[in-house]
Design a binder for this molecule. Sequence first.
Ligand code: ADE
Length: 247
Amino acid sequence: MALKFSVLTLFPEMFDMLKTSIIGRAVEKGLIDVSCVNIRDFTKNKHRRVDDYPYGAGGGMVMQAQPIYDAYRSVAGDDRPLVIYMSPQGKVLNQKLARDLSREEHIILLCGHYEGVDERVLEEIVDMEVSIGDYVLTGGELPAMVLIDCVSRMREGVLDSKETFETESHYDGLLEYPQYTRPPEFMGRTVPEVLLGGNHKDIESWRREKKLERTRKKRPDLLKKALLTKADKEYLENFFDKIEKKP
Ligand code: ADE
């Protein structure tokens, strides 16, 4: 069954971008379904306005509850989909959350704009708030696209082989090892000898070592949560002892 995303947005045309590449192909194959609902189509205001001044004054405009609620009702049906509000106040998206979301059947993504959304409609319909990082964007559309891309590629059948995302950065809490392709030499730089040798056991341990080294160098914070074997820990200690304790 397809994983269905229903996006509640004021800018449905932005989501045309998802028609390209791997996600576009997954949509064509029927693995993913993305449909956008224009919140403005649900306004009862003759000027088609969807926002108003905030109670208690303050700058900016606030999106009204009614058009959002009616847009939500138009796609919710009886199956009680998971409703996510894209917001810088939410849980920060990571590979684990994306994996969990890829097992859902129907996800509604609410994209906010202006200074915010009337709190009452959030209380009424939202199950979870998700952020894509600790910075503020002008709206929830780009974050929703990031989430759709990241979640979709973890759905069974979307990538060519399961291995693709299982060896990627973050899957096991570590960064990915370096990759090389032809030619064997570029600007005087050669491909590591072990990769040319075809000994799979050696290649596997070289890759594991590179993952550990890179994570330690680029994102040492990740090591605290990564699942490391005794051998991994020993390797890290030896390797960095050698570099850091050099006179
Ligand atoms: N809307 C505005 N900024 C956002 C962010 N960082 N993540 C999710 N939604 C947002």
